[in-house]
Structure formats: C-alpha cells, structure tokens
Design a protein around this ligand. Structure first.
Ligand code: UGA
Length: 451
C-alpha cells in the first residue's frame, strides 16, 4: 500500500520505518527539512536500538521515501498517519501541531482532488479531539470529496520500540466508518493473526491510549507511596513488599507449576519516579481534560503529585547522609529518563540537577548514551560531563543513580572505594545488587537505614 506519514519524530519515523519494512511504500514528511535530509542519509535523528539498521535497508530499497512536499505525499498515497507532537502548554494539551497539519493535509487533498483520502491520527490526543476539533475541519474542507478518519494510537516504549511495533499485543482502530477501519486493517494485515485488533469509535480509541499510560504511571506512584510509608518504619524493605505483592496469584499466574511473571512487575519498583515524553504529559493532559469537563480525578492527580516529589527524595536522602550538599562533589549516574534511549524529557535526573545546582553542589554526570550518541544529548550548564564510570566517581562524596542502565550493574564497593572519597551510593532505581556493597554504603529510597 502507498501510505503517508506526517511528522518524522519518534512516533512517525518508527511507524514509517517499520511499515516500510513490511513492504508498504511509505512517504514521510516533516516541516524540518534538515531532519528529512538526515533520514535520507540513513541517519536516525534519535537513538533507538535496532532501528537505524532497518532505516538503512528501507531507504536503500526506496520503500521509505522522505518527502518535503506535502502535495506530492498526498498525490502518491491513499491515506496518511498524522504523527505530530501534542505537548503540554500551561498544563493543557497543545493541539496547534495537530490543527496545522490537518489544515495542511486538507489543502493538499483539495489541490490533488483526492477522493475519500484516509487520515489516521497516531498522535496522542485527548478524548473528543477528533470529533470536536478535527472532524469539523475535515467536514468543512473535504465535505464534497469525502474522507476517512481514524485514531490508531501507538503503544511503543522508547528503547523497545522496534520490538513493540513488530510484536504488538493490540492494535486499536477507532474509526468513523467501516471503510476506514478496513483500510487501517489492511495496513496492519501482517499482524492480524498474532495480536488483538480492537475496533472501536474515535473517542474510545483516544481514551484507550490515555488509560494505558495512566495505569502504568499509577502503578509507579503506588509503589512510591508504599515506599514513603515504609521509610518511616525502621527495618521495612519496600522492594520486598512489592515482591510479595507481585507473587499474589491474581498477579503472577502459574502455568504447569511455573510462575509467569507479569510485565507490570517492572512498574512496581520504588524509586526516583517516572519521566519521559509520555507518562507525565499524558496523565497531566487527562487530568486537565477531566477538570475542564467537571470530572473529578483525585487518583490521577495523586499519581502526579507523588511523582513530582521523587527527584527531591533522592536529594533529601543525600543531604541527610552527607549533612550538607554545599560544595560536595556529586556523581550523577544516568541522565536519560530510562535506559536505552537518548531522551532527557522530564527526566528525574534533570529535576535533581536543578535542585543540586541551587544548593551549590559540584556536579559530574555520566550516562552510557554519551558514548553511543554524544552529539544529540544536551547536558545542563554547570555540570561536568564524564565519559565513563571511573571518571564520574573520581573524588566524589556521593553517587546518585537515576537510570537503570545495564552498564551500572558493575558498580560495587571495590569500585566505589577505588575512586570516591568515601564509598556512598544511592540507587534510585532499586536495581543494584545489595550483596556487592559493604554494609552502610548503598542506600535505596524508601528504606529506613541502608543495606
Ligand atoms: C510509555 C508507555 O509504556 C508506552 O506503552 C507508550 O506507548 C508510550 O509511553 C507513549 O505514550 O508513547 P515510555 O515513555 O517509553 O513508554 O516509558 P516506560 O518504559 O513505560 O517508562 C516510563 C517511565 O517510568 C521511565 O522514566 C521509567 O524509568 C519509569 N519507571 C518505570 C519508574 O519510575 N518506576 C518503575 O517501576 C518503572
């Protein structure tokens, strides 16, 4: 099939590359011509493991065609995905990129006199956006030509995007009419025998996406709230508490006497909180949507409130251990919001760095991404950049781990003693092996005392 993708950011480019690898002809457009030029040169503008190799293939085979003219994209295709950003502005969803791209695509549809062109919204949009904002524009502009509209959200985790796309658990198709549903089903035909295809209306599809992200955010904040309780009770280990919870047979099922550990286990680890471009933004947008429609969302508000305290929890613990942070040398290990990405958006490490700078601490940062893609990660002013673990630990008073990078698993007392003034580390992700650290050197938030 010949399909367009408007927006070559994380969602659009991943969608475009993967669909092109499934033998569709994908025309990808972006306002940013530099980005398109980079894609043409087979360079991924962000870091996502495994994706650049496929980009190389689909550009070479001309299955992915970067296109700087929207008119040409529309002329060549029967429908397109809209994959532009929906950031937060003043705590509300900012739909300006969606509106601009819908206006631009309708102009191209009219220029090409395309009948029944299908528009598929892939961006995350709050409930009723397609009905109240997009549909009126399409009705007004394309009433005579006819059109199709669908909302088909993505459920890709950064760092796992390729696998999530190629092995989906579900494909949600919220659609205006059966013709558009069939069109979208055809695009994703490759997956029809291996995953659930959920057909629904536009509004439900919009809400499904938010529900997904709100649920996992809620699990994280739940585990963090339990950690807040347990830190006031000497001797309680919140990680064990979560382990016990997860082993409940309503969560961990048994098949042939073997425990099937659920994926949600990885969202029940107390720590320095969630970040990224999705969880914080989407929960906030849902709260704002509900608020504007007189719907109470105390649970979702609490999810955000609990999360907003997490970075500071790390700092408070460091302060309590050292007595003061002024002029102390602090090693930050991990600055991305999660491992295997170069994304710093809403990263807890950035919030912590802001607080530390205010306290006049002396900050050094190391993230494994610096070795993989040093050119695209912007480090806050006032921090020293290091390119390996040893360097960041040198002469340091305390090490704070914010990201669960595999490379940090090598940390142990020996290494800390070799480089730091005194071996003290706070594991903000609850993943380091306590046995590797001498008593009183490795702290985890939520634990009263230490290891
Ligand atoms: C998330 C969803 O998981 C995807 O399904 C969704 O498609 C995507 O948002 C989106 O809306 O586009 P992602 O932002 O890549 O994907 O991140 P996750 O792997 O789900 O992790 C989110 C954050 O939670 C990370 O900062 C992670 O460190 C943090 N986290 C995770 C915790 O703080 N505690 C945990 O126990 C687990």
């Amino acid at each position: 099939m010949k399909i367009g993708v408007i927006g070559s950011g994380y969602v659009g480019l991943t969608t475009g590359i993967c669909l092109a690898s499934l033998e569709h002809d994908i025309f990808i457009y972006d306002l940013d011509e530099e980005k398109l030029a980079k894609i043409k040169e087979k360079k991924l503008p962000f870091f996502e493991q495994g994706l650049e190799e496929i980009l190389e293939k689909v550009i070479s085979s001309e299955k992915l065609l970067p296109q700087n003219k929207l008119d040409t994209l529309v002329k060549e295709t029967d429908g397109c995905f809209i994959c532009v950003g929906t950031p937060t502005k003043n705590n509300s969803i900012d739909l300006s990129q969606i509106i601009n791209s819908i206006n631009a695509v309708t102009t191209s549809i009219k220029n090409n006199k395309k009948q029944d062109y299908k528009i598929i919204i892939r961006s995350t949009i709050t409930p009723n956006t397609s009905k109240d904002v997009i549909l009126p524009i399409l009705d007004h502009e394309l009433g005579e030509l006819g059109f199709g509209l669908a909302v088909v959200p993505e459920f890709l985790r950064e760092g796992n995007a390729l696998d999530d796309f190629m092995n989906p658990d579900k494909i949600v198709i919220g659609s205006l009419d059966s013709d558009t549903t069939s069109f979208v089903r055809q695009i994703f035909k490759h997956f029809e025998n291996n995953c659930q295809i959920i057909e629904t209306n536009l509004e439900s599809s919009e809400l499904i996406k938010y529900t997904n992200n709100a649920f996992f955010s809620m699990l994280i904040s739940f585990s963090n709230e339990i950690a807040n309780v347990s830190e006031k009770i000497p001797g309680v280990d919140p990680y064990k508490i979560m382990k016990a919870l997860i082993s409940d047979k309503r969560i961990t099922t048994k098949i042939n006497n073997k425990n099937i550990i659920p994926g949600l286990e990885s969202y029940l680890i107390p720590g320095c909180g969630f970040g990224g471009s999705c969880f914080p933004k989407d929960v906030q947008a849902l709260v704002d949507y509900a608020n504007k429609n007189d719907i109470a969302t105390p649970l979702l508000k609490a999810v955000l409130d609990i999360n907003s305290e997490r970075a500071n929890k790390m700092i408070l613990l460091a302060d309590a251990i050292l007595g003061t942070l002024k002029n102390k040398k602090i090693s930050i290990l991990g600055i991305t919001f999660k491992p295997d990405t170069d994304d710093l958006r809403s990263s807890p490490a950035l919030d912590a760095i802001d607080i530390l700078l205010e306290k006049n601490a002396d900050i050094s940062v190391y993230d494994p991404i610096f070795k993989l893609k040093s050119d695209i990660v912007k480090i806050p002013d006032g921090c020293k950049i290091c390119f390996n673990i040893e360097d960041v630990l040198k002469n340091s008073d305390i090490a704070l781990v914010f990201t669960k990078w595999k490379e940090f698993k090598i940390l142990n007392s020996e290494l800390l003693k070799q480089y730091m003034k005194k071996p003290i580390i706070i594991d903000g992700r609850g993943f380091l092996n306590e046995k590797e650290f001498e008593h009183g050197t490795c702290f985890k938030i939520g634990m009263n005392g230490n290891n």
